[in-house]
Design a protein around this ligand. Structure first.
Ligand SMILES: NC(=O)c1ccc[n+]([C@@H]2O[C@H](COP(=O)([O-])OP(=O)(O)OC[C@H]3O[C@@H](n4cnc5c(N)ncnc54)[C@H](OP(=O)(O)O)[C@@H]3O)[C@@H](O)[C@H]2O)c1
Length: 314
């Protein structure tokens, strides 16, 4: 089975390759051989490979920077996946689009987890660009059972740009850090997310996904709900427990109001993952266990730089 992975040097792309099943032949695309700002060239590459699946992990993921780089964000997050999806529809292949909880506005009455059938209402450019890509993919693959949208949230990995590594670096350098406690959601450990992608690709019958949601949307994040402050506390406490850090940095909760950012974020973005759990026969793990699993892969060198062993085992 030929699998073309875009954004293959990103957090999910790298982990998908690490966890690849033996029968999957990977075509790893990155900015050099597959610049998503050069769509005609990407289409040529897709045609020449004629993959069974594209897993579209490539994205403009800096939510704040997207606000001041609207055109590039729209090109990478909307126009590129739109063109790739259309090409795959013509070629008869399957498409797995990775999407986000930021397609929701977080103004959920009763704080009930968002289901795959809830209406999208993004707050910022990143969310808008991803929501537009979803809309196109839903439409073009409608009735074919070949286009899947997997929404996830707050990815944590032992490498790349994510909250865990940002907090670890801040803990090293500060006596006190302030972290917002009024955005409710759940982190997603990168290993579970990659496993879920492979489970989707390996399903014999994709129809069962469409029986749950006719647009082929699934949700995945770790179990339980929390906020960024609680995650930061857990990082500090577990970091000390495993001797990754030995500082007594104070972690102080603050409100989103006191931590203004260029992009608005949903105040609540817990996703209902039950249909994914059912169709993929996967229970998921508590977010704290997911975080611990990742933190155990991280080491600190003598120059105070966090790193992972390139031959790390999962
Ligand atoms: N990270 C999260 O918390 C989060 C949450 C919800 C959903 N998601 C979604 O999950 C997916 C995977 O995210 P991730 O965390 O793995 O993201 P990531 O680590 O930021 O990786 C994104 C990849 O896309 C590549 N990319 C960006 N612009 C490109 C371009 N013009 N041409 C080719 N490649 C380009 C980046 O390449 P460079 O490294 O060269 O920049 C990077 O390798 C994305 O679709 C994202 O929207 C992420």
């Amino acid at each position: 089975m030929k699998i073309l992975i875009t954004g293959s040097k990103g957090q999910l792309g790298r982990t998908l390759i690490k966890l690849k099943p033996t029968k999957a032949k990977i075509f790893a695309m990155n900015r050099n051989n597959f610049n998503m700002l050069d769509i005609p060239n990407c289409l040529k590459v897709i045609r020449s490979i004629n993959p069974d699946w594209i897993v579209n992990c490539g994205a403009f993921t800096n939510v704040d920077l997207a606000e001041s780089n609207k055109e590039v964000a729209m090109e990478v997050n909307y126009h590129a996946p739109k063109a790739f999806a259309k090409e795959m529809k013509d070629l008869g292949g399957r498409f797995l689009q990775i999407s986000t909880d930021y397609v929701f506005d977080g103004l959920r009455p009763n704080m009930k987890p968002y289901t795959t059938n809830d209406k999208k209402s993004p707050l910022g450019i990143y969310g808008i660009s991803k929501a537009k890509a979803e809309d196109f993919i839903e439409d073009i693959f409608l009735g074919t059972n070949k286009g899947i949208i997997l929404r996830t949230s707050w990815i944590l990995a032992p490498f790349g740009s994510n909250f865990l590594l940002k907090i670890l670096n801040l803990l090293l350098k500060n006596k006190e850090i302030k972290v917002v406690n009024d955005q409710i959601g759940s982190p997603t450990n990168i290993y579970s997310l990659a496993e879920v992608c492979w489970k989707i690709i390996e399903l014999n019958n994709l129809e069962i996904i469409f029986n749950e949601n006719k647009n082929g949307i699934l949700h995945w994040q770790d179990n339980g709900q929390t906020n960024w402050y609680e995650i930061a506390l857990k990082i500090r406490n577990f970091g000390k427990e495993i001797d990754l850090i030995n500082y007594n940095t104070q972690v102080t909760p603050i409100s989103t109001f006191d931590y203004p950012t260029p992009a608005k974020r949903p105040a609540f973005s817990v996703l209902d993952c039950n249909s994914a759990k059912r169709v993929l026969d996967h229970k998921g793990i508590d977010w704290r266990c997911g975080l611990e699993k990742i933190m155990k892969q991280i080491h600190l060198d003598k120059n105070n730089k966090f790193y992972i062993n390139p031959n790390y085992k999962i």
